[in-house]
Design a binder for this molecule. Structure first.
Ligand code: GLN
Length: 454
């Protein structure tokens, strides 16, 4: 009831939820009460969560924050949310996001932007919470849920977590099932939690992760008890500092934060090693070829026939065109156009195939440092603190907006786990985060090291 009251009080201002499900929450909480009374509580029994609108929730609003899915209520439940409910979690509602998870500021949502609960000291200017999981991050930061699900294709868990002072982990590709999560770029998409601290993220991920016959890219390996790794000693661990992440124009306070993180880890007994990931600077351009290419294919299914919006036309082709013209927003259309262009017969080799080769080189960079005994890498999570809603510079040129993902996309390109943890405040009082990148399926080290930093 406290969370429902908090949502009703604050959501008008923050726009974090696109749909609130109080009746469902009360029914689920009641069932949890009975389980607790009967001595059979699950790991998340009675814990109220918010769910990113990208996740299919049976009989409940699921629109990926897009006009094209108007009125869609799936008949099935995503595997990740089904896992959470099976462990006793309670659903508060669906969270705002960038349309189809395309964006870094939550400004591409059909439902309008989400406001970051944080403001600069003494300022009344509203800031973005980051994206695409901006609703998840804002809701967790403002106590409108105890934790939230999110997804990360190029940084959408870690970047909003960093900009709102919350924790977000993108697990290794394949750790969580993608079944029932609207596909953006299938080879990059991963589910993960946004939470108030590292321990909560560990508890949530243990529940969310699973092997799933319905997603053949989910891996068949046991899910560790991630919570056990929280607070584990980091003495003797080798932490790599990739020099290529010291990008030009990086604000001084991000440099300082990074150094602070290095000092904390040294004090905790970790060994700091300078490393090189030479292909880092190609990651962002390659990502913005691979991700739109896959998106253009995945989004072909929204045609006005099967679900959501249908805008009539004089024949079926016109109906497709009218529906897609009206149903998709500007950024989604831009991605579809880039994607179809780089996949087209004349340009496939020059763009898509090249980007895939670059992807392999990026992956090898990481394999090399891990083969040298590095346990995890420490980098900034974002190149700056939160910026203003409607920021002219960011919105005047899509490439400027894409630069927000400079530290996060490599992790998706290589399929690795990455966590963002709050590490301090900017000079004007905004949260800043650091990122840890791990070895494949070694989320445990990220939880151990992350708990030293937070
Ligand atoms: N900001 C990136 C993009 O717009 C990443 C989005 C995501 O991770 N879903 O593609």
């Amino acid at each position: 009831e406290a969370y429902i009251d908090a949502i009703e009080g604050a959501n008008g201002a923050l726009n974090a939820y696109v749909c609130i499900t109080p009746d469902k929450a009360r029914a689920m909480a009641k069932a949890s009460d009975e389980k607790i009374a009967g001595g059979e509580a699950g790991a998340l029994e009675g814990i109220p969560l918010g769910i990113k609108d990208l996740y299919a929730t049976q009989g409940v609003h699921t629109q990926s924050a897009s006009h094209i899915l108007d009125g869609f209520e799936p008949r099935y439940e995503s595997t990740v949310t089904a896992n959470l409910w099976a462990d006793g979690a309670v659903m508060l509602g669906k969270l705002n996001m960038d349309e189809f998870a395309m964006g870094s500021s939550n400004e591409t949502s059909y439902y309008g932007p989400v406001k970051n609960p944080w403001r600069k000291t003494g300022s009344t200017v509203d800031l973005v919470p980051g994206g695409s999981s901006g609703g998840s991050a804002a809701a967790v930061a403002a106590h409108l849920c105890a934790g939230a699900t999110a997804t990360d294709t190029g940084g959408s868990i870690r970047q909003p977590a960093a900009l709102t002072g919350t924790v977000g982990i993108k697990p290794t590709y394949g750790r969580c099932s993608r079944w029932g999560i609207a596909a953006f770029a299938s080879s990059l998409d991963q589910a993960g939690p946004i939470s108030r601290d590292v321990r909560d993220a560990a508890i949530m991920l243990t529940s969310m992760a699973s092997t799933d016959a319905k997603d053949t890219t989910s891996v068949d390996r046991p899910v560790p008890d991630y919570e056990a790794a929280v607070g584990r000693s980091v003495r003797g661990l080798k932490i790599g500092i990739p020099k290529e992440y010291r990008v030009e124009g990086m604000p001084g306070e991000i440099e300082t934060l990074w150094q602070q993180g290095i000092d904390w880890l040294k004090d905790a007994g970790a060994q700091i090693v300078d490393v090189s990931l030479p292909h880092t600077r190609y990651a962002l351009p390659a990502y913005y070829i691979v991700a739109p290419a896959e998106a253009s294919s995945n989004l072909a299914r929204y045609d006005g026939v099967r679900y959501g919006l249908r805008v009539p036309g004089s024949n079926i082709a016109e109906m497709y065109e009218n529906t897609r013209a009206e149903g998709f927003g500007r950024e989604v259309k831009r991605r579809i156009m880039i994607g179809t262009y780089v996949l087209s017969a004349g340009y496939y080799d020059a763009y898509y195939l090249r980007a895939q080769k670059v992807r392999t080189l990026i992956k090898r960079d990481f394999e090399t440092v891990y083969a040298d005994g590095i346990d995890a890498l420490l980098t900034p999570a974002t190149p700056s603190a939160a910026f203003g809603i409607g920021d002219e510079e960011m919105n005047s040129d899509p490439v400027k907006m894409y630069l927000n993902d400079i530290f996060t996309v490599t992790v998706n390109m290589a399929g690795l786990p990455g966590i963002a943890v709050p590490a301090g405040l900017s000079g004007d009082g905004l949260p800043l985060g650091l990122q840890l990148i791990g070895r494949p399926f070694d989320e445990e080290t990220l939880f151990a090291v992350g708990s030293v930093i937070e």
